[in-house]
Design a protein around this ligand. Structure first.
Ligand code: SF4
Length: 147
């Protein structure tokens, strides 16, 4: 990983280096869950069904480097995508910074604790099932809360 500037997470998203951009993720795993879009209303429902590459115990991608090869529609978040997609959780570090809001105190860059995202109830670790075993998505609609 390249050089990370001091308090880089307070800089505008567009000024971050690639390494800083990657380091901003809190690792919650919420963007690795399937969503269902209602064809008529466009309304998006969350599910507790994870991408097959997600380790459901840790909420980490098991092959982040090669994920596009296995999951072609995995989104590589960019500034434009962060601004365009409606489904990133409100806690998502990219969404917060895109809105010029500060990172929460539990974010590992602030707290120094990678586990805090779990203790805070934001991480999906241990709370999701893999798509490999889930069956129909419609049976797995969940509310992840207001975060
Ligand atoms: S929702 Fe945002 S903070 Fe959470 S894993 Fe995805 S990119 Fe990272």
């Amino acid at each position: 990983m390249g050089e990370l500037r001091d308090r880089f997470w307070e800089l505008p998203l567009g000024e971050l280096s690639r390494a800083e951009w990657e380091a901003l993720c809190d690792g919650c795993g919420r963007c690795c869950l399937h969503k269902i879009e209602d064809e008529d209303t466009g309304e998006i429902s969350d599910t507790n069904v994870a991408c097959k590459l997600l380790d459901t115990r840790t909420a980490q991608c098991t092959d982040y480097r090669n994920r596009k090869a296995f999951v072609a529609d995995c989104l590589r978040l960019t500034l434009k995508i962060v601004q365009d997609v409606p489904w990133l959780p409100r806690t998502c570090a990219y969404r917060l910074r895109a809105d010029d809001r500060p990172l929460p105190g539990w974010h590992y860059l602030i707290s120094g604790d990678r586990e805090a995202v779990k203790h805070e109830g934001v991480s999906v670790a241990g709370r999701v099932v893999s798509e490999v075993e889930a069956g129909p998505l419609e049976h797995h609609i969940v509310e992840w809360g207001s975060e």
